[in-house]
Every structure is written in structure tokens, then in C-alpha cells.
Design a protein around this ligand. Structure first.
Ligand code: GTR
Length: 374
């Protein structure tokens, strides 16, 4: 499926021009990005900016991560899968930190592609994680519960990783927010996965829904070992362009969930036009790797139109790097749209905010289609 209007995109360009977005291929001092080397520097600049202004400083990588298998069922799901319960242990700030991880490996497939799923709840299966269906599709899964990293509530950064990183009573302006902590934990799972020989290391994805879709984007932006990112219904502060969007804004999200972000993000409450970034910076920082988004037509709080526009705009960097980028028609998304041809993918399903099996099927389709060989 190719769209002849693709290079023109007149209608979408008009919408985007009005948003007056900060430029991707221009350094913060105004000089242009002219080469791949320039882009690598620009990417660093973008990642630092997002740390400073939105998600907070990224914690340092631990010097080691050890995975201990506590329980194993080699005949799980009617004998189709190996199921393991593990503990990942590491040292952060000279203190030990550990969290539980579950791994599912399909037995009938050699070298399965792997999805790191950042979960709301520790139990598997879960309404967002239909594990048997995923196994039957030949994918391996590694999953952890975000609350085991840092609690998703205002606990004044006293527990878990947040407690270990805490610097004092007053949060510094660029203090690490919890989205960044959950994303950092996905990288620790990646550290551990490097030590296994039963998965396809070239095709490891990170996936999450909603606040954890935001997290899946941050995880892939800061860790180039993730070949794919699948943000589902990630919306505000995830994959939706903030300027001019419907539904949730910086004012809403920072009021209800200040602990997801660094304190600096609050500066932009009702001043979003002054942000030196927008969410296309986050998606572009993943280039040239794959990102495929799930959206829902009734999820107005996230705003599927502005999610779509984010990929339309981030496409510029993918093209600059010689990739296909986002292949789409010159119009806003419609119900049942699936755009999977390019490096950036997108679907919009019927219904509300939810991580449905339909979303899972589309993400698995995308990963099969773009599997990196060798
Ligand atoms: C909402 C929040 C959204 C989204 C959602 C979720 O309350 O405003 O940004 O993250 O929670 O995670 O389900």
C-alpha cells in the first residue's frame, strides 16, 4: 500500500504548520543538522532536554544485573511454553535493589522474538496481557509490574527505586520522575536478556499501555538495544503532540501525577507553546528503530489525531536517516486504519482506552512484518 500523495501531504502540512512545533533537524542554537553525525549529536541534545524538562535525569546503569530463576514450569499452557519466575538483582547508589520478572518462552518456535511488557499488575495472564494467545503467535514475553520498581502514587519518593535515588526533602527541578524509573527498569530486563541464548536478540521490543505506553517510548528512546517500541494509547506526554491537542494537557497530568515527571515539567502548565520540545522529539529519538502505535477512536483524552500527527512529524528524521518513515495518506486517521508499511506504524481501532487483543494482534503483525534478520 503506497500513497501517491505521500510526498505532498498538503492537508496535513497545513495542520502541522499551524502548530508551530520546535524543529527536529535544528540544534538548539539554531544551526542545521546536516549529516548523520550531526543527527547523533542532536539526538543527544534531545535526550538531555527531555530529561531536564519532562521526565527527569536518567539513573545511572548498574555495573551488574543478576537474574535468578526461582521457579520454572517447563510445561506451562498445555505444554506449549516454559514459564519462569525470576528475581533481577543489582546495585544502585551502593544499595542493593531487586525486582520480580516473569518470562514465557514458546517451545514450538526457534529463536523467538521477545516482547518486554511493562505491566500494571503482577498477575499473568491479565486482561491486558493475553499470554496464551501471544505464545501461540510464537512470541516470547518478559514482564514486570511497574509498582515493583516505584509505586505509582504520591509516596514522596520513599519506596523502591525512588527511595534509593532520593536526594533530599526537596525534589531538584530535574529530579527523576517515575516514568523514567519504570523505563530504566525495562533496560535492566534488557541487560538480563543479553545473557540468555533462547531468544532472538535482534528483535526485542518494549511495550506498554497508557502511562506505561509513555514508559515504553522513554525506554526505547534511551536504550538503543530495543529494536521496537509499542506504545498503546500513550497520549499526553507520550506520543501525542501536546500543542493544540484535545483532552489531557500538561496542566491535568502534572496536577494528578506530579511524581511521573521532573518538577520542571510544571513550568509549561498553560504555556505549552513555550516548550522547547514536543512529543515528536521523543519518537524521533528512537529513529531509525521501529515504533508502532495503538490508538482508539473514543480515547479523546489521549487524542488519536494528535498521536497520529506525532508520527507524521517524526517521519522527517527517519527519512533523513534513509528509512521509510511513516507511510500514510494525506488525511487524519479513520476508524480501522492500519498503517504498517514503514518504520513508523499506527493503528486506530474502535472503542475506548484499553489494551485489547486487537492491539496485541496488530503489534505482533508489525513485528513479524519488520523482523530484523541475521
Ligand atoms: C490517565 C492519565 C493518562 C493515562 C492514563 C492511564 O488518568 O491521565 O495520561 O496515562 O491515566 O495510564 O491509564
Amino acid at each position: 500500500m503506497h500513497f501517491s500523495e505521500r510526498d505532498d501531504n498538503k492537508m496535513l502540512r497545513e495542520i502541522i504548520e499551524k502548530l508551530n512545533l520546535p524543529k527536529l533537524l535544528e540544534f538548539s542554537d539554531g544551526s542545521p543538522v546536516k549529516s548523520i553525525g550531526d543527527w547523533q549529536k542532536r539526538r543527544k541534545e534531545i535526550l538531555e532536554l527531555l530529561c531536564e524538562e519532562e521526565y527527569g535525569v536518567r539513573p545511572v546503569d548498574p555495573s551488574f544485573v543478576v537474574g535468578t530463576i526461582n521457579e520454572e514450569n517447563v510445561n506451562a499452557y498445555a505444554g506449549k511454553a516454559i514459564e519462569q519466575s525470576l528475581t533481577l538483582s543489582m546495585e544502585v547508589n551502593n544499595k542493593s535493589f531487586s525486582f520480580p520478572l516473569k518470562i514465557f518462552i514458546p517451545k514450538l518456535v526457534d529463536n523467538p522474538m521477545m516482547i518486554v511488557y511493562i505491566a500494571f499488575r503482577p498477575n499473568v495472564p491479565d486482561r491486558y496481557l493475553p499470554i496464551e494467545e501471544i505464545i501461540d503467535n510464537g512470541f516470547a514475553v518478559a514482564t514486570f509490574c511497574y509498582n515493583d520498581i516505584a509505586a505509582d502514587k504520591e509516596d514522596y519518593f520513599t519506596g523502591g527505586l525512588a527511595g534509593i535515588l532520593k536526594k533530599g526533602d526537596q525534589r531538584p527541578p530535574n529530579d527523576t520522575g517515575k516514568i523514567m524509573m519504570w523505563a530504566w527498569a525495562a533496560s535492566r530486563v534488557m541487560d538480563y536478556l543479553q545473557t540468555r541464548n533462547d531468544i532472538d536478540h535482534k528483535n526485542i521490543a518494549v511495550m506498554g499501555h497508557s502511562r506505561l505506553g509513555k514508559t515504553a517510548l522513554v525506554a526505547a528512546a534511551y536504550d538503543e538495544r530495543f529494536a521496537f517500541s509499542f506504545p498503546n494509547d500513550s497520549g499526553c506526554s507520550g506520543d501525542a503532540i501536546t500543542r493544540g491537542k484535545e483532552g489531557e494537557h500538561v496542566v491535568d497530568i502534572t496536577e494528578r501525577f506530579p511524581f511521573w515527571f521532573c518538577p520542571n515539567y510544571k513550568k509549561y502548565v498553560n504555556r505549552e507553546d513555550e516548550m522547547p520540545f514536543d512529543q515528536h522529539f521523543l519518537v524521533a529519538a528512537i529513529a531509525p528503530r521501529f515504533v508502532c502505535a495503538g490508538t482508539a477512536v473514543e480515547d479523546k483524552w489521549a487524542d488519536p489525531n494528535h498521536q497520529y500527527l506525532c508520527y507524521v512529524v517524526a517521519d522527517e528524521v527517519y527519512k533523513f536517516l534513509g528509512k521509510e518513515g511513516f507511510i500514510h495518506p494525506d488525511r487524519l486517521p479513520q476508524i480501522d486504519d492500519i498503517f504498517h508499511e514503514g518504520t513508523l506504524g499506527f493503528h486506530m481501532r474502535s472503542g475506548k482506552h484499553f489494551h485489547s487483543r486487537y492491539d496485541w494482534q496488530r503489534f505482533m503483525d508489525f513485528m513479524r512484518k519488520h523482523r530484523i534478520s541475521g
